[in-house]
Design a protein around this ligand. Structure first.
Ligand SMILES: [Zn+2]
Length: 371
């Protein structure tokens, strides 16, 4: 007999455990009414959530064949246009608030409206993205909504950082964790699903470190690959330079990384109001996180290269002289430095000032030893 999760028409990659949980539950009509999809940015949550919504709204008579990807329910679910799909996030509530109304009041109203009866089918899917970015008052309002007894609503909550979701929400939800997939699997997926030539697919799979969401982003936006190569090149170059150069470079790199989302930043600059500044800061933080991720990857590459396994270093595909750099620095300090970058990452997620955080890290980036 064929395994149920091989039959289902999932289009996202991997996540075998999460997939098996929802496909089996759906086939036996035993789905929990609150599902919490979580995992780091780039782990492939968007793709999985799209499959999950199709599964929930599919009308194929045989429930083991869902999502069938041909019925109207599946098609409208994937286009996010299904009448029984409501989508909210802290960002959408902020945009929707009227005049001086608070975001909490807007979120409460949205939650009350989303509790309405389904229109087309048997159930309504309430998708909330970035639930970990919602403040405590909103999360408490959400908890109340989750406690209302109803068999006609399924809540799909999405979070990068599950630790920032209230424990009382987590305990009511079926957790579905997204993680990295093996490189070979990611390479084949890029070839089959995204029609990328094999050598290019392998290179993208390496620098994505098994994260299908990151790989999909690289495919969609080739400028990101160019940026990544340039950023890692600059960081290698800084190994031979002093604090003044490093500080200036941190500022320039941050400007460039923030501009990867050029359009919204330009608009935000134009508005010059509090909301505009908030958006500009959010993009600056996203830029800083990109730099830190590239930096962590580069530091690990230096370590594995130094340990005699340059073939394991993803940045080799970016045509960087990692081996040359590894020979010239004291690599024994790198594990501590990676720890520092991981704490920098945490700090950025908790609103640390992006430029300052990068400049502090610059001070601990090793220097080329004088011979
Ligand atoms: Zn279907």
């Amino acid at each position: 007999m064929t395994h149920p999760d091989q039959l289902a028409g999932f289009r996202s990659l991997g996540q075998a455990t999460a997939r098996a949980i929802v496909v089996r539950a759906a086939a036996h009509d035993r789905l929990q009414r609150t599902l919490l999809v979580h995992g780091p940015a780039g782990a492939g949550k968007d793709g999985f959530v799209e499959d999950l919504i199709a599964l929930l709204l599919c009308t194929a008579p045989d429930s083991t064949q869902r999502p069938c990807n041909v019925c109207r329910g599946c098609r409208e679910a994937r286009l996010r246009s299904h009448p029984d799909l409501v989508i909210g996030s802290p960002e959408s509530w902020r945009d929707d608030r009227s005049g001086t109304g608070s975001i909490v009041a807007t979120a409460r109203r949205w939650l009350a409206e989303s509790a309405g009866a389904p229109i087309a089918g048997e159930r309504r899917v309430v998708l909330i993205e970035g639930v970990d970015r919602a403040n405590e008052q909103i999360q408490n309002a959400l908890l109340k909504a989750l406690e209302e007894p109803t068999g006609r609503h399924v809540f799909v909550l999405v979070a990068d950082e599950v630790s920032r979701v209230l424990p009382t929400i987590r305990s009511r939800a079926q957790a579905l964790r997204m993680g990295a997939v093996p490189r070979e699997e990611l390479t084949s997926w890029l070839i089959d699903r995204h029609r990328i030539p094999a050598d290019q697919a392998d290179a993208l799979a390496r620098i994505s470190e098994g994260h299908s969401g990151t790989a999909a982003e690289f495919v969609k936006n080739p400028a990101l690959v160019t940026w990544r190569r340039k950023a890692e090149h600059e960081l290698l170059d800084l190994l031979g330079r002093g604090p003044a150069d490093r500080f200036a470079s941190a500022r320039d790199m941050l400007d460039e990384a923030s501009r990867l989302h050029a359009q919204p930043v330009a608009e935000a600059d134009a508005t010059q109001d509090e909301e505009g500044r908030r958006i500009a800061t959010a993009f600056q933080r996203a830029g800083a996180l990109r730099i830190v991720d590239a930096w962590i990857s580069l530091a690990r590459d230096l370590l594995v290269t130094n340990a005699g396994r340059p073939d394991l270093a993803p940045s080799a595909t970016l045509e960087l002289d990692v081996a040359g750099a590894a020979d010239r620095i004291d690599t024994t300090r790198l594990p501590v430095f990676v720890g520092l970058l991981e704490r920098t990452r945490e700090g950025l997620l908790q609103n640390a000032a992006p430029q300052l955080a990068l400049q502090v890290a610059m001070l601990s980036w090793p220097r080329v030893e004088s011979s």
